[in-house]
Design a protein around this ligand. Structure first.
Ligand code: ADP
Length: 174
C-alpha cells in the first residue's frame, strides 16, 4: 500500500478514481468542483443530475468522461461554522465514504483534493490531520485500494499535509 502527497492539478491525474469536493446539489460549483466538470465535459453534469444530490459526509460515484480518471467520487464536505457543528466528524466521514465507495467499485488507485479547505473554510491543519488519519487507517485494512494520492493545489496545502503525515508517523513510532 502507498500514500503520497503531491502538488498538482487533480483534473490531470490518471487514477481509477479522483474525488470531487462537491456541494450537496452535485450540480457543479467553483474551485475543484468547477475544474473537474470543465475537464470532464457536459456528460458529467448529465449523470450528476440523475443522482439527486448527496448529503454532507456521504459520497456518490460517476464515470470520469473526458478526464484521465476512470471514475469521479463526489463528496460534499462540511462548511466550517466554528467547529461545534460536527464538522470534524463529517470531514472524516467524507474520506471514509469515498474510500468505501472506491473499494466497492474495485478502484485500486484513488486521488483526493483537500476537501473543505477552500471556499468551505475548514482550518487547513485540522483538515489535514483528519485526512491523513482516515486514509492511513483505511489503507491498512483495504484489500482493494492500494494507492492513495493527496493532490494539493498549492504549496501551503502541500506543506500542511506533509506536516500532518510527519506528525502521524512520529506518533506511531513512539
Ligand atoms: P471546498 O468547497 O470543499 O472548500 P474548494 O474547491 O473551494 O472546495 O477547495 C478545496 C481545495 O481544492 C482547495 O485546497 C483548493 O485550492 C483545491 N483545488 C482547487 N482546484 C483544484 C484542482 N484543479 N486540483 C486540486 N485541487 C484543487
Amino acid at each position: 500500500m502507498s500514500f503520497q502527497i503531491i502538488k498538482g492539478d487533480i483534473t490531470t491525474w490518471a487514477a481509477d478514481a479522483i474525488v470531487n469536493a462537491a456541494n450537496t446539489s452535485l450540480l457543479g460549483g467553483g474551485g475543484v468542483d468547477g475544474a473537474i466538470h470543465r475537464a470532464a465535459g457536459p456528460e458529467l453534469l448529465k449523470e450528476c443530475r440523475t443522482l439527486h444530490g448527496c448529503e454532507t459526509g456521504r459520497a456518490k460515484i460517476t464515470a470520469g468522461y473526458n478526464l484521465p480518471a476512470r471514475h469521479v467520487i463526489h463528496t460534499p464536505g462540511p462548511i466550517w461554522r466554528g467547529g461545534h457543528q460536527n464538522e470534524p466528524a463529517l470531514l472524516a466521514s467524507c474520506y471514509r465514504s469515498c474510500l468505501r465507495l472506491a473499494e466497492e467499485n474495485r478502484c485500486r488507485t484513488v486521488a483526493f483534493p483537500s476537501i473543505s479547505t477552500g471556499v468551505y473554510r475548514f482550518p487547513l491543519e485540522r483538515a489535514a490531520a483528519i485526512a491523513v488519519e482516515e486514509i492511513l487507517a483505511f489503507l491498512e485494512r483495504s484489500k482493494v485500494v492500494c494507492e492513495v494520492t493527496m493532490v494539493c493545489f498549492d504549496d501551503k496545502t502541500k506543506t500542511a499535509y506533509d506536516a500532518a503525515l510527519t506528525r502521524k508517523e512520529s506518533s506511531r513510532s513512539r
